[in-house]
Design a protein around this ligand. Structure first.
Ligand SMILES: [Zn+2]
Length: 396
């Protein structure tokens, strides 16, 4: 995805907001429809059936019919994808969309002449029912754009993101396998010993974030002051999010270029974050100790990193069962739950091997992936002799 700052006129902004409203309405209808469904009740309506229902709804509600059908259909498509992600275990169940939160819509069937350059720093994109909308030409628009997404973030900025799947990066062909462990303190540890971190907010920015959060807590609900503080806070958080995305792009490209096989933990992030639900009065189990971990996982953008790796290195990403990767010694293979001395330190009590706990885990992940690849390929000449995957470390 390459994102550009959209610069709509006030009149265009009104129509864009209308598109957002329709997309949100249709999405919420789909959520509601799903909430009436439970396992054993027969198939819930799929995308095709929902599109048929949308046609009926448009016939019944002129205000909906006035909007763009592409916007509305794509909201259903997004929902179908969100449900697929939920069943795949990588995402939470899709929920209601609220006004002002992650607003946006997608346009498909984009033709080559729907995007054009005006000057060195300006371009235009054709949006149905809106017309040509200017955007900042901050970098080249990828060739062969088939769809784009228009979004409005919480600080009121509009963006357009052109979707062109990144070209897959050819494997280096060096046979190198790397294990990547998602970290809490560091964002990712590699089995090569490298520790990668997302560039965090600068110290001054962090201080400003805390100051704004305190000010927000004191501001009277509904006051102008509160709205201002909220907007400033949203801008700062958007900046942090941009840096995280940037890190994911660079890291995934780098890994795809350097290694033939990239092994990651088969983490069900949704499953891990779910257990922290609960209220202040009735906290869920392990809420306190998990809150920090969740922040780490989310801040690290782990799910996004794995998704990008799969785009850039298709067929070269191996998912490994995370069981014991943090307890096994990568030097001698001894599994010991007390070997992890602290968050960062691993010391084997069998062979005295000691290293960064996340790097140790990354080495175990690479080790398990090595077995997986060997088991999949098998010795070519002699026929498959040993096809058994490692009994403990492997799923798939
Ligand atoms: Zn050991």
């Amino acid at each position: 995805m390459s994102r550009y700052r959209l610069q709509p006129t006030p009149a265009q902004e009104a129509v864009l907001a209308e598109h957002c409203r329709h997309a949100r309405y249709v999405w919420n209808l789909a959520v509601e429809q799903r909430s009436f469904w439970w396992p054993g009740r027969g198939g819930a309506p799929g995308f095709a059936e929902q599109c048929r229902q949308l046609t009926e709804a448009r016939a019944a509600h002129p205000w909906l019919a006035k909007g763009s059908i592409i916007v509305q259909q794509q909201a259903l498509k997004d929902f179908a994808q969100a449900m697929a992600n939920f069943f795949g275990g990588t995402h939470e169940r899709p929920t209601w969309r609220k006004r002002g939160h992650s607003e946006g819509f997608r346009i498909v069937a984009v033709k080559a002449d729907d995007v054009r350059r005006l000057s060195r720093h300006a371009g235009e994109v054709r949006v149905p029912k809106v017309g040509w909308v200017r955007f900042r030409w901050s970098r080249p628009v990828p060739a062969g754009v088939k769809s784009y997404r228009v979004t409005r973030d919480r600080s009121g900025r509009w963006h357009v993101a052109f979707a062109a799947l990144p070209a897959s990066i050819p494997a280096p062909g060096n046979g190198a396998v790397v294990g990547v462990d998602r970290g809490v303190v560091v964002s990712a540890a590699l089995s090569t010993g490298e520790l990668l971190t997302v560039a965090p907010l600068r110290q001054t920015e962090q201080a400003r974030l805390r100051r704004l959060e305190r000010r927000l807590a004191r501001a009277k609900p509904g006051s102008v002051r509160r709205a201002k503080v909220k907007a400033a806070l949203a801008r700062l958080k958007a900046c942090r999010k941009d840096r995280r995305k940037d890190w994911v792009e660079k890291t995934s490209t780098d890994l795809a270029r350097r290694f033939d096989v990239i092994a990651v933990e088969n983490l069900k992030i949704a499953a891990m974050t779910r257990s922290t639900r609960g209220t202040a009065e009735k906290p869920g189990r392990g809420v306190r100790c998990k809150a920090g971990l969740n922040r780490g996982i989310l801040a690290g953008g782990w799910g996004l990193l794995v998704a990008r790796l799969e785009h850039k290195a298709p067929g070269r990403v191996v998912r490994v069962d995370p069981a014991f990767t943090s307890q096994r010694c990568s030097a001698c293979g001894f599994v010991d739950r007390r070997a992890r001395e602290s968050q960062a330190r691993f010391r084997c009590r069998s062979c005295a091997h000691a290293e960064h706990a996340d790097v140790n885990a990354a080495r175990n992940i690479a080790h398990a992936a090595g077995h997986a690849v060997a088991a999949r390929e098998g010795p070519r000449n002699t026929g498959p002799v040993h096809r058994e995957p490692h009994p403990v470390l492997l799923t798939a």
